[in-house]
Design a protein around this ligand. Structure first.
Ligand code: DC
Length: 225
């Protein structure tokens, strides 16, 4: 069983996806973390974020290891555990540009497909239902208003000890929306057959309840127990 949860930055995808995975007893794959890992390595090694070929080579030569845990995925690249580092604002500022390069996406999507081919997963990102796994059993497009997403992102950063001005977070989310939805390869869009959920007025637990109900509907419709 594959559940794909896509949507814009700050819609609450990872909180919801982690909770749904926990309730279903399956693993969680955070696809954005993989683009963040490549971005982190590019920044460390001084690879320019505009150089698609060099970044694709970097992604090809440095396989990303994902270890699902109760708290989320542990991420390793180039022999380093980068789970915490990939959440830093320096990485967030460059990841949209890095993930827009077709060669980078080719490498990362291949790695994601290999992971998803093994067992049951709940996975979140931008293109899981549209490109990585179009045959997912359930596809959800989770969104919320720009202001609400910026508010959540700021609270999230604060919880990690990073204080950021509200205006700056709003601008960052707006900029990422623009980059993610206008890029040439796999732009953010609602996958065919996806259920659109607007979580502006819902908390994460309510959204998780709804997604679990949708999974139960899919299972019932397919005759699964
Ligand atoms: O969900 P996130 O903020 O960790 O994602 C980081 C970036 O990676 C985001 O700017 C878009 C990109 N991304 C993507 O292009 N495709 C995915 N499936 C997941 C993330």
């Amino acid at each position: 069983m594959i559940v794909a949860i896509d949507g814009p930055a700050g819609a609450g995808k990872s909180t919801v996806a982690r909770e749904v995975a926990r309730r279903l007893g399956v693993a969680y794959l955070d696809t954005g973390a993989m683009y963040r890992a490549v971005t982190w390595l590019a920044l460390r090694d001084g690879v320019p974020v505009g150089d698609g070929e060099a970044l694709a080579a970097l992604a090809r030569d440095n396989p990303i290891e994902i270890e699902p845990t109760e708290e989320g995925d542990r991420v390793r690249i180039a022999g380093r555990d980068v789970t915490a580092d990939i959440r830093m604002p320096e990485v967030a500022a460059e990841v949209s540009e890095v993930s827009a390069h077709p060669g980078v996406r080719e490498q990362v999507v291949a790695a994601q497909r290999a992971l998803l081919a093994s067992g049951s997963w709940v996975s979140d990102g931008r293109d899981v239902g549209s490109v990585v796994c179009p045959h997912a059993d359930l596809k959800v497009f989770l969104t919320a208003s720009l202001e609400e997403r910026a508010r959540r992102r700021r609270a999230d950063l604060r919880a990690r000890g990073v204080e950021m001005d509200a205006e700056r977070v709003l601008e960052d989310v707006r900029r990422r929306d623009r980059l993610d939805s206008t890029r040439a390869v796999s732009p953010l869009r609602v996958a065919r057959g996806a259920v659109v959920v607007d979580s502006s007025e819902m908390d994460a637990a309510e959204v998780a309840d709804l997604v679990v109900r949708l999974v139960e509907d899919v299972r019932a419709a397919s005759g699964a127990p």
